[in-house]
Design a protein around this ligand. Sequence first.
Ligand SMILES: NC(=O)c1ccc[n+]([C@@H]2O[C@H](COP(=O)([O-])OP(=O)(O)OC[C@H]3O[C@@H](n4cnc5c(N)ncnc54)[C@H](OP(=O)(O)O)[C@@H]3O)[C@@H](O)[C@H]2O)c1
Length: 214
Amino acid sequence: MTSIAILGSGRVGRVLATGLAAAGHTVTIGTLDPTREAAAWADTSVAVATHAEATEAAEVIVNALPGDVSVDVLRGLTTYLEKKVLIDVANATERGPDGMPGTLCYPDGSLAEELQHALPTTHVVKTLNTMVYSVMAAPATLTTPGTVFLSGDDPTAKSTTTALLTDLGWHPDRIIDLGDITTARAPEAFALLIGPLFRALNARAFALGIDHSA
Ligand SMILES: NC(=O)c1ccc[n+]([C@@H]2O[C@H](COP(=O)([O-])OP(=O)(O)OC[C@H]3O[C@@H](n4cnc5c(N)ncnc54)[C@H](OP(=O)(O)O)[C@@H]3O)[C@@H](O)[C@H]2O)c1
């Protein structure tokens, strides 16, 4: 059992908190509005706290914040993030007029690299950002299995993340370790496809999938 802080109580935060708590982990949502969220999670095992309280108490922190504010918010939590695993699922884009992800905030790099640079003693792992939120904790809902990628510099942090992905229902065959944190550039660029795919598929759930069985 791992103590996990999930920062941000939006669609992604809710799905991951519910899935990881159901797998038996100790989950705390870190939010800007603990009063509102305490009411929302009242009948569950998920606790609610401020960003700082949740991060301080956790072994693993999940960044489920908007990507364009993630570096600033997480830099403010540096002390509580030291030597911990930071799972970054965010996409850093400026929103288009339809509210969907638009231009990349870090076109010559990635949010994950920015976070690793800003938090040098924290072990950043990029994952889960190449799918719609509902698939993150329910990969079996897709008829064709999706793929989940890992990017990060620390092998132990990636092992910890892999175990949590397995708890969320991801088969080990569908998890691909792309390499160090610089490899996060590729899955982060997938954000450019999210808006067009969402419209083309009429809002149906999807995940990027790599067929590597042959
Ligand atoms: N939605 C998807 O299908 C999907 C898929 C892959 C990746 N992602 C990425 O995952 C992240 C979360 O996505 P989401 O769909 O859950 O977003 P969302 O529904 O907009 O939720 C984001 C949450 O972050 C908090 N927040 C918002 N503005 C903030 C600010 N300025 N400072 C601090 N906290 C703030 C809020 O939670 P509190 O009110 O609790 O503080 C908000 O509910 C994003 O980076 C997104 O690109 C989303």
